[in-house]
Design a protein around this ligand. Structure first.
Ligand code: AP5
Length: 227
């Protein structure tokens, strides 16, 4: 069986997590979110979590070496045997090159990069109203994708919380870091080493969640047809 590896890229709050969860379910792939993995390490109080916590709260990036170790561990899980949707990874050129090496050693490559584009003003609006279930991590937006009438998670009844890095000053820093360190990764896949085997498509992420999902589906259907 050919394993499939897709990358969802975009600024903080662009909707990567929302779309990656749907895509992973529809395509029966695992979702590898480095942000979720780091938050789980922080919650569990591991030494990695202790190192990552302050960096994440400031909006800066955790070191490439730690991130690549985390991803390698995930890639070898049984749940990822059909492939993966990467959400929030790779975020630097070093991570993109490292991912290429990890996949090459497994006889695979990144198949498609989907870039979700959303204006900054919308990003700030989205992150200020984002809430996350404390138990199952399901995402909500108080206006666009609200929880139940009781204000609790519709999937598991858990309480909702705001992410500490969604404070306005930290969001601005995350946007800055995205422009400086992550946008070059898109050029890398579009123009450099990745271009021979990896497709790059951009979708307008400012539309509704369902519209963005169906646009991504259409882009991937084209890729599927060309395989
Ligand atoms: P991470 O958790 O990856 O955060 P991020 O990339 O900043 O992205 P977000 O999770 O904030 O947003 P998203 O694009 O997933 O949007 P979402 O779907 O939630 O990383 C956090 C931190 O961890 C980093 O700052 C860094 O410190 C560290 N880190 C993580 N990965 C790393 C790596 N590889 N290297 C180094 N450090 C790393 O949507 C946002 C909100 O909008 C939600 O409320 C949602 O319901 C709503 N929404 C989504 N789509 C729509 C839509 N179409 N219309 C209206 N509302 C929408």
């Amino acid at each position: 069986m050919t394993r499939r590896y897709l990358i969802l890229m975009g600024a903080p709050g662009a909707g990567k997590g929302t779309q990656a969860a749907r895509l992973a379910q529809e395509w029966e792939l695992c979702r590898i979110s480095t942000g979720d993995l780091l938050r789980a390490a922080v919650a569990a109080g591991t030494s990695l979590g202790q190192r990552a916590e302050a960096i994440m709260a400031s909006g800066d990036l955790v070191s490439d070496g730690l991130i690549l170790e985390l991803v390698e561990e995930e890639l070898d899980r049984e749940s990822c045997s059909r492939g993966a949707v990467f959400d929030g990874f790779p975020r630097t050129l070093e991570q993109a090159i490292g991912l290429g090496d990890l996949l090459e050693r497994r006889g695979c490559a990144v198949e498609q990069v989907i870039v979700i584009e959303v204006p900054d003003s919308e990003i700030v609006r989205r992150l200020s109203e984002r809430r996350v279930c404390e138990s199952c991590e399901k995402l909500y937006h108080l206006s666009f994708d609200p929880p139940g009438d009781d204000g609790r998670c519709t999937a598991c009844g858990g309480g909702l919380r705001r992410r500490p890095d969604d404070e306005p000053d930290t969001v601005l820093r995350r946007l800055e870091v995205y422009r400086e360190q992550t946008q070059p990764v898109i050029d890398y896949y579009a123009n450099e080493r990745g271009a021979s085997q990896t497709g790059v498509a951009t979708v307008d992420g400012s539309r509704s969640i369902d519209e963005v999902a169906s646009d991504i589906r259409e882009r991937l259907a084209v890729v599927e047809a060309e395989r």
